[in-house]
Unconditional design. Structure first.
Length: 321
C-alpha cells in the first residue's frame, strides 16, 4: 500500500497511464523503470483498481454519490446533514462520508473533526470517527494546504480517487455517502470507472430552486444516464428561508420554473424533498456542530428526516433489483 507521502509527493503527473495508446512510448516514459513493460502492451486491460475498489467496498451495503451541477448549492452541507440524520435514526446502522471534493474538501470542518489525524495500518487508512456509528475520510485530512490540490492535473486526481476508494478500512457499513466536486469533471469519470464493478447504489443530486442551478442539474442527470449511474433522486436545498425569530417561511431563491420538483417530473427522476435555508444550519456547519441532534424540532430537521426516509426507500428498492 502506498503511503500518504508517496501519493501526495510522487504523482504520476506526466504518466500517460497503462491503458493509454502511448503507454511506454510517450516522452514522459523516458527513464521510467516501467517503460519496457508498458510498451510491450501486457499492462493493457481493465484497470486493476476497479477490482481493488470492488473488493474493498464489498461490505458497504449502500454506496451513494452526492452530486451537484454547481458549487455553492449546499452539496457538502447536505451530505453531512444526511449522514448525521442516517446515523441518528438507527444507532445500529453504520454510516460514513467519503469526501473526494479534491479542490474544496469541507467535511472535516463541517463534521467538527478538522484537527484529527488519519492513521494508517496494515489494513488501510482508518477513517476519523465523529460518533460511534459515523466516520469520515477526506482529502482535507491529508493536505497541508487545500491550495496544493487546486493545481493537480487529471492523472493525480484520478490516482487519489482510486486510493480513497480502495484503501480506506471502513469495516461493515450500511451507508457510504461520497461527497464529490461540483459539475461533471475528471473526478466524476474516475469515480464512475472505479465504482463500475462495485455495485454503486446510485446518486443523489443536490440543487437550489432557481433555473440557473436547475440548468446544470439537467446536465448532471444527462451525465449520470450516459455513464449508467442510477439516480436515486434530487434534493432541493435552500428552498425557503426560515426566520430564526418567528419561524415564518419566505422564498429567497424564487423557483421561477417550478423548482426541482417540476424539473424532476420533466426529467423523470424522483424528487426526494426539500430543505429550508436556515441560518442555524450555516452556523452549525461552520462550527462543526450537529444541527440534527441539537435542534430535533426544527423545520429543517423534519425535512431532513423526510428526505432520509425517501433515500432509504430508494436504496432498498435498488437492492431488490
Ligand atoms: P457546496 O458543497 O455545494 O459548494 P456548501 O455545502 O459548502 O456548498 O454550502 C455553501 C454555503 O451555504 C455554506 O456556507 C453552507 O453553510 C450554506 N448552506 C448550505 N445549505 C444551507 C441551508 N440549508 N441553510 C443555510 N445555509 C446553508
Amino acid at each position: 500500500m502506498a503511503s500518504t507521502e508517496e501519493i501526495l509527493n510522487k504523482p504520476p503527473e506526466h504518466c500517460p497511464g497503462t491503458q493509454s495508446e502511448s503507454a511506454g512510448k510517450a516522452s514522459a516514459c523516458e527513464g521510467c523503470p516501467n517503460k519496457q513493460i508498458c510498451a510491450s502492451g501486457v499492462t493493457k486491460g481493465p484497470d486493476p483498481g476497479i477490482e481493488l475498489v470492488k473488493k474493498r467496498l464489498q461490505d458497504v451495503r449502500n454506496k451513494i454519490l452526492i452530486l451537484s451541477g454547481k458549487g455553492g448549492v449546499g452539496k457538502s452541507t447536505v451530505t453531512a446533514l444526511l449522514s448525521r440524520t442516517l446515523a441518528l435514526r438507527n444507532s445500529e446502522m453504520n454510516v460514513a462520508v467519503l469526501d473526494v471534493d479534491i479542490c474544496g474538501p469541507s467535511q472535516p470542518r463541517v463534521m467538527g473533526v478538522q484537527d484529527e489525524q488519519v492513521h494508517q495500518s496494515g489494513s488501510g487508512w482508518s477513517p476519523v470517527y465523529v460518533d460511534d456509528n459515523l466516520s469520515v475520510m477526506s482529502i482535507g485530512f491529508l493536505l497541508s494546504s487545500v491550495d496544493d490540490a487546486i493545481i493537480w492535473r487529471g492523472p493525480k486526481k484520478n490516482g487519489m480517487i482510486k486510493q480513497f476508494l480502495s484503501e480506506v478500512d471502513w469495516g461493515k457499513l450500511d451507508y457510504l455517502l461520497i461527497d464529490t466536486p461540483p459539475g461533471t469533471s475528471d473526478e466524476h469519470l474516475s469515480l464512475s470507472t472505479y465504482l463500475s464493478e462495485a455495485n454503486l447504489t446510485g446518486a443523489v443530486i443536490v440543487t437550489t430552486p432557481q433555473e440557473v442551478a436547475l440548468l446544470d442539474v439537467r446536465k448532471e442527470i444527462d451525465f449520470c444516464r450516459k455513464v449508467n449511474i442510477n439516480i436515486l433522486g434530487v434534493v432541493e436545498n435552500m428552498s425557503m428561508f426560515v426566520c430564526p425569530c418567528c419561524q415564518t417561511m419566505s422564498e429567497i431563491f424564487p423557483a421561477t420554473t417550478g423548482g426541482a420538483r417540476q424539473m424532476c417530473a420533466e426529467m423523470k427522476v424522483p424528487f426526494l424533498g426539500s430543505l429550508p435555508l436556515d441560518p442555524v444550519i450555516a452556523r452549525c456547519s461552520d462550527e462543526g456542530r450537529d444541527f440534527v441532534s441539537e435542534l430535533p424540532d426544527a423545520a429543517a430537521t423534519k425535512s431532513l428526516m423526510n428526505v432520509v426516509d425517501n433515500i432509504i426507500q430508494a436504496c432498498d428498492k435498488k437492492q431488490l433489483i
